[in-house]
Design a protein around this ligand. Structure first.
Ligand SMILES: [Zn+2]
Length: 186
Protein backbone atom coordinates (compact mmCIF):
# COMPACT_ATOMS: atom_id res chain seq x y z
CA UNK A 1 0.00 0.00 0.00
CA UNK A 2 1.38 3.41 -0.89
CA UNK A 3 1.99 5.75 1.99
CA UNK A 4 -0.23 8.83 1.93
CA UNK A 5 1.49 12.10 2.60
CA UNK A 6 1.01 13.39 6.13
CA UNK A 7 0.40 17.11 6.46
CA UNK A 8 2.72 18.84 8.86
CA UNK A 9 2.98 22.26 10.50
CA UNK A 10 6.68 22.31 9.70
CA UNK A 11 9.28 20.19 7.98
CA UNK A 12 13.06 20.48 7.53
CA UNK A 13 13.23 23.68 9.58
CA UNK A 14 10.55 25.41 7.54
CA UNK A 15 6.94 26.23 8.38
CA UNK A 16 4.42 24.73 5.94
CA UNK A 17 2.01 27.63 5.50
CA UNK A 18 -0.56 25.88 3.30
CA UNK A 19 -0.62 22.66 5.31
CA UNK A 20 -0.83 24.62 8.55
CA UNK A 21 -3.92 26.43 7.30
CA UNK A 22 -5.81 23.19 6.75
CA UNK A 23 -4.56 21.59 9.96
CA UNK A 24 -5.78 24.66 11.84
CA UNK A 25 -9.28 24.62 10.33
CA UNK A 26 -12.32 23.23 12.05
CA UNK A 27 -13.18 20.12 10.03
CA UNK A 28 -16.59 19.81 8.35
CA UNK A 29 -19.36 17.49 9.52
CA UNK A 30 -19.91 14.48 7.28
CA UNK A 31 -23.49 14.15 5.98
CA UNK A 32 -25.44 11.20 7.41
CA UNK A 33 -26.55 8.91 5.79
CA UNK A 34 -23.13 8.56 4.21
CA UNK A 35 -22.92 9.38 0.53
CA UNK A 36 -20.54 7.79 -1.96
CA UNK A 37 -18.10 10.65 -1.67
CA UNK A 38 -17.83 10.34 2.11
CA UNK A 39 -17.44 6.57 1.86
CA UNK A 40 -14.53 7.14 -0.49
CA UNK A 41 -12.91 9.56 1.97
CA UNK A 42 -13.38 7.10 4.83
CA UNK A 43 -11.60 4.42 2.82
CA UNK A 44 -8.76 6.81 2.01
CA UNK A 45 -8.31 7.56 5.72
CA UNK A 46 -8.38 3.89 6.73
CA UNK A 47 -5.94 2.92 3.97
CA UNK A 48 -3.57 5.73 4.97
CA UNK A 49 -3.69 4.52 8.57
CA UNK A 50 -3.17 0.86 7.68
CA UNK A 51 -0.18 1.74 5.50
CA UNK A 52 1.77 3.11 8.47
CA UNK A 53 3.39 1.33 11.37
CA UNK A 54 4.27 4.48 13.29
CA UNK A 55 0.83 5.92 14.08
CA UNK A 56 -1.49 5.19 16.97
CA UNK A 57 -4.13 7.26 15.28
CA UNK A 58 -4.80 9.49 12.33
CA UNK A 59 -7.31 12.30 11.86
CA UNK A 60 -8.58 13.17 8.38
CA UNK A 61 -7.06 16.70 8.37
CA UNK A 62 -3.64 15.08 8.78
CA UNK A 63 -3.95 13.69 5.27
CA UNK A 64 -5.44 16.88 3.88
CA UNK A 65 -9.15 16.01 4.22
CA UNK A 66 -10.93 18.61 6.35
CA UNK A 67 -13.74 16.32 7.50
CA UNK A 68 -14.75 15.00 10.90
CA UNK A 69 -13.34 11.50 11.04
CA UNK A 70 -10.58 9.79 12.95
CA UNK A 71 -9.10 6.30 13.04
CA UNK A 72 -6.96 4.82 15.81
CA UNK A 73 -5.67 1.56 17.26
CA UNK A 74 -7.90 0.17 20.00
CA UNK A 75 -5.49 -2.45 21.33
CA UNK A 76 -1.78 -3.38 21.44
CA UNK A 77 -1.02 0.28 22.02
CA UNK A 78 2.51 -0.43 23.22
CA UNK A 79 3.47 -2.41 20.15
CA UNK A 80 4.79 -0.83 17.03
CA UNK A 81 3.77 -2.40 13.78
CA UNK A 82 0.99 -2.57 11.25
CA UNK A 83 -2.61 -3.05 12.27
CA UNK A 84 -3.63 -6.48 11.04
CA UNK A 85 -7.33 -6.86 11.70
CA UNK A 86 -10.46 -4.73 11.37
CA UNK A 87 -11.04 -5.40 15.05
CA UNK A 88 -7.80 -3.73 16.06
CA UNK A 89 -8.85 -0.18 15.24
CA UNK A 90 -11.85 2.12 15.62
CA UNK A 91 -13.09 4.64 13.12
CA UNK A 92 -15.30 7.46 14.36
CA UNK A 93 -17.35 9.70 12.06
CA UNK A 94 -18.55 13.07 13.42
CA UNK A 95 -17.35 12.12 16.93
CA UNK A 96 -18.44 14.17 19.90
CA UNK A 97 -17.25 13.78 23.49
CA UNK A 98 -20.34 13.76 25.69
CA UNK A 99 -18.67 13.14 29.03
CA UNK A 100 -15.28 13.61 30.64
CA UNK A 101 -14.65 11.63 33.80
CA UNK A 102 -11.92 11.02 36.31
CA UNK A 103 -8.85 13.09 36.90
CA UNK A 104 -6.86 14.70 34.19
CA UNK A 105 -3.35 13.32 33.85
CA UNK A 106 -0.34 14.91 32.22
CA UNK A 107 1.86 12.90 29.89
CA UNK A 108 4.02 13.57 26.84
CA UNK A 109 2.55 13.19 23.37
CA UNK A 110 3.96 13.29 19.91
CA UNK A 111 2.13 13.99 16.66
CA UNK A 112 2.92 13.16 13.04
CA UNK A 113 1.85 16.70 12.14
CA UNK A 114 4.29 18.26 14.65
CA UNK A 115 7.47 16.35 13.83
CA UNK A 116 10.56 16.17 16.06
CA UNK A 117 8.98 17.42 19.28
CA UNK A 118 7.02 16.06 22.21
CA UNK A 119 4.67 18.02 24.42
CA UNK A 120 3.19 17.56 27.87
CA UNK A 121 -0.58 17.44 27.60
CA UNK A 122 -3.24 17.00 30.27
CA UNK A 123 -6.09 14.65 29.29
CA UNK A 124 -9.03 13.14 31.09
CA UNK A 125 -8.76 9.53 32.11
CA UNK A 126 -12.20 8.53 30.85
CA UNK A 127 -14.43 9.84 28.08
CA UNK A 128 -17.72 8.92 26.50
CA UNK A 129 -18.14 9.56 22.80
CA UNK A 130 -21.10 9.64 20.44
CA UNK A 131 -20.26 9.09 16.78
CA UNK A 132 -21.18 7.16 13.63
CA UNK A 133 -19.42 4.07 12.36
CA UNK A 134 -18.22 3.51 8.81
CA UNK A 135 -21.70 2.42 7.73
CA UNK A 136 -23.21 5.59 9.15
CA UNK A 137 -24.78 3.85 12.13
CA UNK A 138 -24.93 5.64 15.49
CA UNK A 139 -22.46 4.35 18.07
CA UNK A 140 -21.68 5.09 21.71
CA UNK A 141 -18.18 4.46 22.98
CA UNK A 142 -16.32 4.68 26.24
CA UNK A 143 -12.56 4.96 26.40
CA UNK A 144 -10.27 4.89 29.41
CA UNK A 145 -6.59 5.45 30.16
CA UNK A 146 -4.10 5.69 27.32
CA UNK A 147 -6.78 4.96 24.73
CA UNK A 148 -8.86 7.88 26.06
CA UNK A 149 -5.74 10.03 25.62
CA UNK A 150 -5.32 8.94 22.01
CA UNK A 151 -8.97 9.66 21.21
CA UNK A 152 -8.81 13.13 22.80
CA UNK A 153 -5.65 13.85 20.80
CA UNK A 154 -7.26 12.78 17.51
CA UNK A 155 -10.48 14.68 18.21
CA UNK A 156 -8.48 17.85 18.87
CA UNK A 157 -7.31 17.64 15.25
CA UNK A 158 -10.93 18.02 14.11
CA UNK A 159 -11.08 21.35 15.95
CA UNK A 160 -7.84 22.48 14.34
CA UNK A 161 -6.07 22.11 17.66
CA UNK A 162 -2.61 20.59 18.00
CA UNK A 163 -0.49 19.49 20.95
CA UNK A 164 1.50 22.75 20.90
CA UNK A 165 -1.73 24.63 21.61
CA UNK A 166 -2.36 22.84 24.89
CA UNK A 167 0.01 25.02 26.89
CA UNK A 168 2.27 22.27 28.25
CA UNK A 169 6.06 22.08 28.17
CA UNK A 170 7.50 21.43 24.73
CA UNK A 171 10.54 19.18 24.33
CA UNK A 172 12.77 19.92 21.39
CA UNK A 173 15.80 17.96 20.15
CA UNK A 174 19.09 19.78 20.72
CA UNK A 175 20.05 20.04 17.07
CA UNK A 176 16.76 21.80 16.21
CA UNK A 177 16.64 24.20 19.13
CA UNK A 178 17.28 27.27 17.03
CA UNK A 179 14.41 26.67 14.64
CA UNK A 180 11.88 25.93 17.37
CA UNK A 181 13.02 28.78 19.57
CA UNK A 182 12.25 31.21 16.78
CA UNK A 183 8.99 29.47 15.95
CA UNK A 184 7.54 29.40 19.45
CA UNK A 185 8.63 32.91 20.34
CA UNK A 186 6.59 34.41 17.50
ZN1 LIG B 1 -1.73 14.34 16.09
Amino acid sequence: MAKTKTWKLWENDKVNEEESKLLRRKADEIPIPLDENSKKDIKILIDAFLARNDALGLAAPQIGISKKMVVFKNKNLDERGFVKSDKDYDILINPRITQFRGDSETSTEGCLSCPDISVEVARYNEIKVKAYDREGKKINKRYIGFLARIVQHELDHLDGKLIIDRGGSIYVPKEKQEFFKKLFEE
